[in-house]
Design a protein around this ligand. Structure first.
Ligand code: BT5
Length: 254
């Protein structure tokens, strides 16, 4: 007998709300089913990490998924990878070239096409639930993006050179997420997901600068931990493990 679908079994669609992560968290706290999805046409207070603003006008795909995995709170980053792998595969299946960048970016030619935000609630040392929010700039060209991000962002349509339909993209991401989520609970699930993420990611073996909490480290990415951390080998030959931060890939000096 086939498995019943989890991610996308319940989908709530709204025109304009402050943040799909906000509404999904409220629903999660009041006991909504695992895999509940909230999609919005626009967000008025879309959020990124560390309280950053996420521009979410029309022309994008903005949604959040409530997840109730049996994961240790330390491995919440793996849920961001789950969203990233699902989104990258869906984009590629629609002809959109995309790469993943640690910890939560979908990029094309160094420009940000999308971002993922996982917020989790921990109780008694266990992850009670998490909300994984995905934002992707879908239609229009760079002129349609807000001025502040025009130079650093990109839309899926401009990366592929033809229109991309947000509804089709959402369906494919949700079905990918559902398949990945069902495997996450199995033995070695998080490790396998981190490996799949690594295949689609830029950065491994490259020189990077990582900034976190006002500090800056430079080194070579030697790999990614099973909990989704980034492992760096610094110039002094020291191994450092990061659980958060912003990464810039350094260009090779010719
Ligand atoms: C992220 O944060 O990349 C996570 C974005 C998650 C957005 C989704 S949309 C659905 C759900 N509901 C929410 O409220 N959020 C989630 P971070 O790595 O901190 O990147 C934020 C930075 O990206 C900002 O400071 C800007 O520089 C840039 N940015 C903002 N809006 C953007 C956009 N639409 N496209 C590309 N870059 C953007």
């Amino acid at each position: 007998m086939g498995r019943t679908r989890t991610v996308g079994s319940v989908i709530l669609r709204l025109d304009t709300i402050p943040s799909t992560n906000g509404l999904a968290s409220t629903l999660a706290a009041s006991g909504c089913p695992d895999g509940t999805v909230v999609v919005a046409g626009m967000q008025t207070s879309g959020r990124g990490r560390l309280g950053r603003h996420w521009h979410s006008g029309c022309g994008g795909l903005w949604f959040s998924v409530v997840l109730r995995p049996r994961l240790s709170p330390r491995t919440a980053q793996v849920l961001t990878f789950l969203g990233a792998v699902a989104a990258a595969r869906a984009l590629k299946s629609l002809g959109v070239p995309v790469e993943l960048k640690w910890p939560n970016d979908l990029v094309w030619r160094g420009r940000k096409m999308g971002g993922i935000l996982t917020e989790s609630v921990v109780s008694g040392g266990r992850m009670k639930y998490a909300v994984t929010g995905i934002g992707i700039n879908v239609s229009g060209g760079s002129a349609d993006l807000p001025a502040e991000i025009r130079g650093s962002a990109v839309t899926a349509s401009s990366a592929t050179g033809k229109p991309v339909e947000a509804g089709a993209l959402l369906r494919r991401i949700l079905s990918n997420m559902d398949a990945l989520y069902s495997r996450l609970g199995g033995p070695g699930g998080p490790k396998a997901l981190v490996e799949e993420w690594g295949v689609l990611a830029e950065g491994a073996g490259k020189r990077v600068v990582l900034q976190e909490g006002g500090r800056r480290w430079e080194g070579t990415v030697s790999g990614f931990g099973a909990d989704g951390s980034l492992i760096m080998l610094t110039g002094k030959g020291e191994k450092k493990v990061f659980h958060s931060g912003d990464v810039t890939v350094l260009k090779k000096v010719p």
